[in-house]
Design a binder for this molecule. Structure first.
Ligand code: MAN
Ligand code: CA
Ligand code: CA
Length: 450
């Protein structure tokens, strides 16, 4: 028992020695997205062609979903830089880009920067030389012929070093890795973190759609970077050329666990105020310009007081509503007219059939012979049939309860007026009666003769 006690007392001691090694070496830092040091589609560019919080130079062309830093033309240079200096002790950037070109070999490459000053223009992948800070270069073209391009190299500079372009900065690199980042099926992604004086570069070289498929490419320890700096991306072409497109640049401020994250934008409040003021004024100017343009295009609304100003959308809605109202009224009017016409038609047909019956009655009372009687009853029956048909026709044409569309107006019977019809019937009847009387007279004469 006594022998085991010393052993037991060793356990806490061993545990206390082993635990720090067993525990994760580092708790992950707190990560805060910094929108003023970031850009991303799909509305990357503003109406005036600028990118909010960024400046672009040279041949760079921002569009809705990317910034083309260079097009694949010879000797192009372009860059894009944050407008403001970041004061982050630790940071991480995620840059998504594409380098594309028709040739098996392209040039010259793209650089991601954190520097004390904006390197707006120069010979180092389109940016200034003698930078103070760090550049991570995606160097496509093998200037020194060592067959080590395309590759990624990290070059630090204290503001004095001149970049050795002819040798791809071979002697100046703090770290390198061979990666082919050109013409990949998916965008290339790079994560560059500067945390506790260590710079790490992770690359997803766009072979798979998996966005998190990063591999460690380079690590530089004990690196001293400026406490404040600008983030930027630049690119250049030379005798050979590629398109260099940046799809997004996302910046995060990192804070060590347990340490309080600095309040957002506490650093440069005055500058921010000025910037917001500037942006507000710019917005106001844009609005005024739009109003002016609209009033020029639509002089009919000119002179309206500003408060009564009707937007293009409102105006269109109002016009559509008014148009629909007009159509509705027209349809109502057409239905009314149609009802009147049908009514008239019905009355007209009834009148005709009544007249025909009356004529038949007259004829019947006028005739005496049994043959004539037979004829009259035939005519009457026939007229009854006609009348029934007419009534049936009139019933089949009532004003429809639901009128999805206006039927075409039936042609007004212009060929047969009431008067014509009566005259025609009367003449026919007189002829017929005459014939019957003539026949019966002849028959009577014949009877007398025999
Ligand atoms: C030419 C020069 C170089 C450039 C290559 C590739 O040789 O412009 O500076 O690196 O083309 O573009
Ligand atoms: Ca090169
Ligand atoms: Ca090389």
């Amino acid at each position: 028992m006594a022998a085991r006690c010393p052993q037991l007392s060793l356990v806490p001691l061993l545990l206390s020695l082993a635990l720090p090694a067993l525990a994760t070496p580092q708790e992950a830092p707190h990560r805060r997205f910094e929108y003023k040091y970031s850009f991303k589609g799909p509305h990357l560019v503003q109406a005036d062609g600028t990118v909010p919080f960024w400046v672009h130079t040279g041949n760079a062309i921002p569009s809705a979903d990317q910034i083309r830093i260079t097009t694949s033309l010879k000797s192009q240079k372009g860059s894009v830089w944050t407008k403001n200096k970041a004061l982050f002790e630790h940071w991480e950037v995620e840059v998504t880009f594409r380098v594309t070109g028709r040739g098996r070999i392209g040039a010259d490459g793209l650089a991601v920067w954190f520097t004390e000053e904006q390197g707006l223009e120069g010979p180092v992948f389109g940016a200034a030389d003698k930078w103070n800070g760090v550049g991570v270069f995606f160097d496509s073209f093998d200037n020194d012929g060592k067959k080590n391009n395309p590759g990624v190299i990290v070059v630090g500079n204290n503001g004095k070093l001149l970049y050795d372009h002819q040798n791809d900065g071979a002697t100046q690199a703090l770290a390198t890795c061979l990666r082919d980042f050109r013409n990949k099926p998916y965008p290339v992604r790079v994560k560059i973190a500067y945390y506790q004086k260590t710079l790490t570069v992770l690359v997803n070289n766009g072979f798979t759609p998996d966005k998190d498929d990063y591999e460690l490419c380079a690590k530089v320890e004990d690196m001293q970077l400026p406490a404040q700096g600008y983030f930027g991306v630049s690119a250049a072409t030379g005798g050979l050329a590629d398109d260099h497109d940046v799809l997004s640049f996302l910046t995060f401020q990192l804070t060590e666990p347990g340490k309080e994250a600095p309040p957002a934008d506490a650093e440069i409040p005055q500058k921010d105020k000025e910037k917001y003021q500037e942006e507000f004024e710019h917005f106001q100017q844009e609005l005024d310009k739009k109003k002016e343009e609209f009033q020029k295009e639509h002089p009919d609304v000119q002179g309206q007081p500003a408060d009564d100003f009707e937007s293009v959308g409102d105006r269109e809605l109002r016009q559509i509503f008014e148009g629909q109202n007009r159509v509705h009224l027209e349809i109502k009017q057409l239905h009314k007219q149609l009802d009147m016409i049908l009514d008239e038609q019905r009355r007209y047909l009834t009148a005709v059939s009544e007249e025909m019956s009356a004529v038949a009655d007259v004829l019947r009372s006028a005739g005496g012979a049994p043959e004539a009687d037979q004829h009259f009853s035939d005519i009457k029956e026939h007229l009854h049939l006609v009348r029934r048909d007419i009534e049936h026709l009139a019933q089949r044409n009532p004003p429809p309860a639901e009128k999805p569309k206006c039927p075409e107006l039936p042609p007004f019977p212009s060929c047969l007026s009431t008067l014509h019809f009566i005259i025609f019937t009367a003449v026919q009847t007189v002829l017929f009666v005459g014939y019957v009387m003539y026949r019966s007279q002849q028959e009577a004469a014949a009877k007398k003769f025999f």
